[in-house]
Design a protein around this ligand. Structure first.
Ligand code: HEM
Length: 423
């Protein structure tokens, strides 16, 4: 067994050395006024957040909540962009709004660098990841991704109704990122649980939430040890050996970046593929157009990403201040809704319509500013291949039971049950 002193402590042991963050009691239950008590965890938001956001844009464009220990929800594009670009006043120390705020001492690395890092460290941590996610690097994953999509459809085995979220969209990003990190493909089902615990368990008591996160970090640590024994050409070995400022990365940096890559790519891309198929199942005219003119797919994809942007991020306010007319307090959350920005009619013509040949489409689905998505080429490749293979194999499909479609609550929104009638 190869020993590397950086990786001898388990996640639970590392945690014991750290100061505790701020914890708040969970507040759950229906929302009466979204302007003063918003919650992205409620079923009404999961089912259809757009009318809520449109209403807020008219009457209270920076909504407030006391839930999660206090936070703000800007719904105008210009406000979302201003916050995303303003790293002096808004920190990425935590990017999932929950009842737990991590202590300032976790800076500059944070829990999952570079997404949890602020400048100047952010720049260097991000730079380490870029070579693995260039268009060329991502292109190397395309043949395997395509073959995998075909295999998933082969497994439908002639059935009339399939769950496109569960049986198709979900598996694609899991397999791709497992291959890139060098994890066993058979571990895929465990990744789902890790992702749920990270993104959806936000109203759990903080102790329970941290306990669940330990499972993810202990799994990643086991993968690090396996790679120390059997180094190979993948992202895990790359991160173990990577250097910053003349030293190998700290253990928290290696494992945090692995956690980010695992979590960031799965629910996001799953949601984007699922939402696109949901749209095409409901809109025969758009489907027919894409079948007649496959060259339109890249443009249509950007429109699906704009209209059904899956990812909302969070920030923490750095210090008490007046911001665009509201009184923000240090450590208030900002729920940074790129989906709401993408539906702002001050920024996009006919913002509430899905126009698959929209010509100008500078959407914010991949974020804005220094944290803009590192995996955007990979995400676009997966989305394009998933849709190309589906449309080629299953040109005719519709919602089997519109009432049975479910959407995830929380910061990553996409279909989680999507029964489609095929053929
Ligand atoms: C359709 C799919 C995806 C969407 C919509 C999406 C969206 C986003 C957004 C909005 C951000 C900005 C976060 C912020 O401002 O705090 C982000 C960051 C990031 N994404 Fe993605 N993402 C997707 C897929 C992926 C994939 C497949 C990967 C790689 C496996 C990935 C890796 C990352 C990383 C590493 C960051 C952090 C960048 C930084 O902090 O500098 N994403 N993504």
């Amino acid at each position: 067994m190869t020993v590397d002193d950086r990786f001898t402590k388990s996640f639970s042991e590392t945690r014991e050395d750290r100061p505790l963050g701020t914890r708040n009691a969970p507040v759950t239950g229906p929302v009466e006024d979204w302007a003063t008590d918003f919650s992205h965890m409620e079923p009404e938001w999961a089912a259809d957040p757009y009318p809520i956001q449109d209403d807020l844009r008219q009457r209270c464009p920076i909504a407030h909540t006391d839930r999660f220990g206090g936070g703000w929800l800007p719904v105008r594009y210009e406000d979302v962009a201003a916050i995303a670009y303003d790293t002096d006043r808004f920190s990425s120390r935590a990017i999932i709004m929950s009842n737990f705020r991590p202590p300032k001492e976790i800076a500059p690395i944070g829990g999952a660098p570079p997404i949890s890092s602020d400048p100047p460290f952010h720049h260097d941590a991000r730079k380490l990841l870029l070579p693995a996610f260039t268009k060329t690097a991502v292109g190397r994953q395309e043949p395997a991704t395509r073959a995998f999509c075909h295999a998933l459809i082969d497994a439908f085995d002639g059935r009339d109704v399939v769950d496109a979220a569960h049986e198709y969209a979900q598996h694609i990003p899991i397999r791709v990122i497992a291959d890139m990190l060098g994890f066993p493909p058979a571990d895929g089902p465990r990744f789902r649980v890790f992702v749920e615990n990270t993104l959806e368990g936000v109203n759990l008591p903080p102790e329970q939430r941290i306990e669940r996160m330990s499972a993810l970090f202990d799994y990643l640590l086991a993968q690090v040890h396996e790679h120390l024994d059997n180094p190979r050409d993948d992202l895990t070995s790359y991160l173990i050996n990577a250097e910053l400022y003349g030293h190998k990365l700290q253990a928290e940096h290696v494992v945090g970046a692995m956690a980010l890559l695992l979590i960031a790519g799965i629910d996001t891309t799953w949601s984007a593929i699922g939402a696109s198929l949901w749209h095409l199942a409901k809109n025969q005219a758009d489907r027919d157009r894409l079948l007649a003119d496959p060259a339109l797919l890249p443009t249509a994809m950007e429109e699906f990403l704009r209209a059904y942007a899956p990812v909302t991020m969070a920030r923490l306010v750095k210090q008490d201040m007046q911001w665009h007319g509201v009184d923000m307090k240090a450590d208030d959350w900002i729920l940074l809704s790129f989906p709401a920005a993408n539906r702002d009619s001050a920024q996009f013509d006919r913002a509430d319509e899905v126009i698959i040949d929209r010509e100008v489409n500078r959407h914010a689905a991949f974020g804005l500013g220094i944290h803009r998505c590192v995996g955007s080429h990979l995400a676009r490749m997966e989305l394009r291949v998933a849709l190309e293979v589906w449309l080629d194999r299953i040109p005719s499909f519709s919602l089997a039971d519109p009432g049975a479609v479910t959407w995830s609550a929380g910061q990553i929104r996409g279909p989680r049950t999507l029964p489609l009638r095929i053929g």
